[in-house]
Design a protein. Structure first.
Length: 207
């Protein structure tokens, strides 16, 4: 397997990235996202290179840790992303924006729920497009979890990962939370959060 990070150096064991479904892409891959793909499965799904996900998580955590948490807005229209986002914001102190992003949330100072962020993180560039568009208008950087089929216009930092699965999103946000707190010295260099990533996971939707 091609990788830029030794398995012993990953933020979590490689097997956990697989178990949580972080590396499971879609049957479509955009031109930009091809650089993060390891292979295609027999069923026709693109598989993301866990080491590249790991590398981008390190970069994203370092980047986000440089901001005042009260100026970090984390967005998820996607249902399975809302619990992980809420959990991250409870630990980090950032602002959760859950469900539909009402136009003007980041651009209209007269709007009742106006937020003035210095950086925005989105769970999915497609479903969170309103937040992306507004971030572009106000000129703030955007971090995004992007699957293989995502287009990433107006995204400044991509974290390649499955952004549909509840386990995948829980693990991604759990890792980011832990790494940001480590950067701030609120956790020791090898200290974990007091809860496992499963506690960040949304309940399964039964249809």
């Amino acid at each position: 397997m091609s990788s830029v990070v030794s398995p012993r150096e990953t933020l979590v064991p490689p097997e956990l990235y697989r178990k949580a479904g972080v590396i499971i892409g879609t049957q479509i891959c955009t031109k930009y996202m091809k650089q993060f793909v390891h292979r295609m499965t027999a069923e026709g799904y693109y598989q993301i290179d866990y080491a590249k996900t790991d590398e981008r998580l390190r970069i994203a955590a370092d980047f986000l840790s440089r901001f005042n948490p009260e100026k970090i807005a984390v967005v998820s229209v996607r249902v399975y992303g809302q619990k992980p986002v809420k959990s991250m914001c409870e630990y980090v102190g950032c602002i959760p924006v859950l469900g539909r992003v009402i136009p003007g949330t980041f651009t209209n100072p007269h709007f009742e729920y106006y937020i003035e962020p210095d950086v925005i993180m989105v769970t999915d560039p497609r479903t969170d497009k309103q937040a992306l568009d507004e971030a572009s208008k106000i000129g703030v950087p955007v971090v995004a979890i992007a699957d293989t089929d995502n287009k990433v216009e107006n995204v400044d930092l991509v974290i390649p990962a499955n952004n549909r699965g509840r386990r995948s999103l829980a693990l991604i946000y759990w890792i980011l939370t832990r790494e940001i707190l480590r950067k701030w010295g609120k956790l020791g260099p090898n200290e974990d959060l007091p809860v496992g990533y499963e506690e960040f996971m949304a309940k399964k939707i039964v249809r």
